[in-house]
Design a protein around this ligand. Structure first.
Ligand SMILES: CC(C)(COP(=O)(O)OP(=O)(O)OC[C@H]1O[C@@H](n2cnc3c(N)ncnc32)[C@H](O)[C@@H]1OP(=O)(O)O)[C@@H](O)C(=O)NCCC(=O)NCCS
Length: 217
């Protein structure tokens, strides 16, 4: 996997202080290269990436803009989403109960989202918070604007049983209907969401196992 990385990717791996983070980065970028190479008929190590002003990676312009992707890591999981001809964003978060989710929601989420969360307690509160977070992050990543897109500028669904979705957007309220959101089932320790432009698409999932992580470092 490491052999397929470019010099700048290897340099980035070398900057991680925790071995587990370095391994996750190698595996994430390595598998991304394998999947993209397979999709466009090139060897993994041949691929070149570009980065925009917000740090969003994309395939170099010489490959065209048809194939889009998004990557997310958390805990022992790496999610890679590929899409043809449409923007895509994916996010996974390990559900952590040692953080003040009410405070985070009040600071970063929209008023409507914070109010919905304020009515919840116990495990459901954390589940809903991370459902909200991953749906918002997936949208931010699909838009490619990083932290420059204010998280309280749009609203997602978050309650258990509520259909995953982008409920409201500002300043253009019609933007919300241009995206479809899915909640991904990646086990009870994580929440994950995928968003892609348009409604007429279908998700196909593959789980690749065998890459080992250690959280102890
Ligand atoms: C960098 C960011 C895209 C996501 O970061 P993150 O959730 O910490 O990390 P993830 O593992 O989910 O995503 C990292 C991947 O996103 C991709 N990425 C980086 N910048 C990106 C951008 N501007 N747009 C889309 N994708 C981006 C990269 O592929 C990266 O993986 P790689 O470094 O292995 O190539 C950005 O949205 C961010 O910093 N968000 C934090 C916002 C925040 O404060 N959220 C708190 C909510 S309470």
């Amino acid at each position: 996997m490491y052999q397929s990385l470019s010099a700048d990717e290897r340099e980035r791996v070398g900057r991680f202080r925790r071995i587990a983070d370095a391994k996750r980065s190698i595996i994430g970028r390595g598998y991304l290269r394998v999947l993209l190479g397979w999709a466009i008929g090139l060897r993994a190590e041949e691929l070149q990436f570009e980065y925009d002003e917000f740090g969003k990676p994309s395939l170099a312009a010489s490959y065209g803009s048809e194939l889009q992707f998004s990557v997310s890591h958390s805990g022992n999981l790496v999610l890679i989403a590929l899409a043809r001809g449409r923007s895509v964003g994916v996010d996974v978060e390990m559900v952590r109960t040692n953080i003040d989710v009410t405070d985070l929601a009040n600071r970063f989420f929209s008023t409507a989202e914070s109010e919905k969360l304020a009515a919840l307690t116990g495990p459901v509160l954390y589940e809903a918070f991370f459902a909200c977070w991953t749906r918002k992050e997936a949208y931010v990543k699909a838009m490619g604007r990083g932290i420059s897109l204010p998280l309280d500028n749009f609203e997602v669904s978050l309650l258990p049983g509520e259909t995953p979705g982008l409920l409201a957007t500002k300043p253009d309220p019609t933007e919300a209907s241009r995206w479809k959101v899915l909640a991904l089932n990646v086990g009870q320790d994580h929440q994950a969401a995928l968003i892609a432009a348009g409604q007429e698409w279908r998700l196909t999932c593959e789980m690749l196992e065998g890459a080992e992580f250690s959280n102890s470092t």
